[in-house]
Design a protein around this ligand. Structure first.
Ligand SMILES: [Cu+2]
Length: 346
């Protein structure tokens, strides 16, 4: 009996303490001072710190914003084409999800405008509204296609992804009322994928019995003149056929991120000065040092062929060309210059 009695007393005691606590709590609540004291003090610490942090963040953000806004804008303007699936409100939207390797597929896509609707009004560039480029991401395969325009801004093209792997598709377009832009999206062909190494730097390409040589150097940040000379069986080809309003089309892609670079042909058929070969001249603008893949489309005998090169932009050419480099050619420098001179030698 003692134990229950003690429990009752204990419970009663707890009740008293609890009641007292309630009383204190309510009293405190009524007074309002402690809660106000604690609440502000609790929140004052974090809030104060928060203000401090947010203020400093704000300042930093403000500073970063003001500091990064201009570079960001400049960067946006300088960002090469093809790296983004959406740019300036225009979005490349593939409508075909899966593509089996080696099987011709009706690939469909739209480009949506900032209002979300498919673009139906395009400016023609080089005879076409849409130039559709597809490369494997290891840059060893290249296709330059021209999709057919369907209803409601849907474009379709017969596309074959030659092997399993990851591909980059580019839509080189000029929506009316906007500016020319190149949107890019990845495509996938399921299966075992073995990426190939980037083809070695070379100034000579062979395709179907044609030899194409590359002259000129890619200089980062500058318009670089490139001259491609086409020959067949050792003889210069002087009757190239116009293809898409030019004697050749050159696409340059940066190794590593597959940036799509602007290349402008120099002259066009019928301008009274541009000859149908054997040389085709372009001006390419590359944004950085590094390796680039160049794909030249040219037409001869009614067939369009593609010659491909790997070219190195930047410092590579400088030491070999520098007068001081030769006398001071050290053992460590010679391998580089040997390596660099190889493509130049051809
Ligand atoms: Cu095209």
């Amino acid at each position: 009996m003692n134990t229950p009695a003690k429990l009752v007393t204990y419970v009663a005691g707890l009740a008293v303490v609890f009641g007292a606590a309630l009383g204190v709590g309510s009293a405190v609540g009524e007074v309002g001072a402690p809660p106000k004291a604690t609440a502000p003090s609790e929140s004052a610490g974090p809030a104060g710190a928060g203000h401090g942090e947010s203020t400093s963040h704000g300042d930093q953000n403000g500073g970063q914003n003001s500091a990064t806004t201009k570079p960001a804008q400049a960067a946006a303007q300088d960002t090469p084409g093809g790296l983004q699936v959406s740019q300036n409100g225009y979005t490349l939207t593939p409508l075909t999800a899966t593509i089996k390797p080696g099987e011709p597929t009706d690939f469909a896509f739209t480009v949506t405008a900032p209002d979300g609707r498919p673009v139906t009004d395009y400016q023609v560039q080089h005879d076409k509204k849409v130039h559709f480029i597809v490369v494997s991401r290891d840059l060893t395969t290249f296709q330059h296609l021209h999709p057919e325009e369907g209803a409601n801004g849907v474009w379709t093209v017969k596309l074959t992804l030659p092997e399993a792997g990851v591909y980059r598709a580019y839509a080189d377009i000029f929506p009316t009322g906007a500016s020319a832009l190149t949107l890019g999206a990845d495509l996938f062909a399921a299966g075992d994928y073995a990426p190939k190494a980037l083809p070695q730097v070379s100034r000579t390409a062979e395709v179907d019995g044609y030899t194409v040589t590359l002259d000129g150097d890619l200089t980062p940040g500058k318009s670089s003149k490139l001259t491609l000379k086409v020959s067949k069986d050792g003889k210069p080809v002087t009757d190239l056929q116009p293809y898409l309003g030019a004697y050749g089309h050159l696409v340059a892609l940066r190794a590593g991120d597959l940036a799509y670079l602007h290349v402008h042909p120099d002259g066009e058929p019928g301008d009274g000065k541009t000859k149908p070969g054997p040389e085709i001249t372009f001006y390419a603008e590359v944004p950085s040092t590094g390796d680039y893949r160049l794909f030249l489309d040219f037409q001869h005998g009614g067939v369009v062929r593609t010659a491909d090169f790997t070219a190195r932009a930047g410092q590579a050419a400088a030491p070999a060309a520098s007068p001081t480099a030769a006398p001071s050619a050290s053992p460590s420098a010679s391998p580089a210059s040997d390596h660099d001179s190889t493509p130049h030698g051809h």
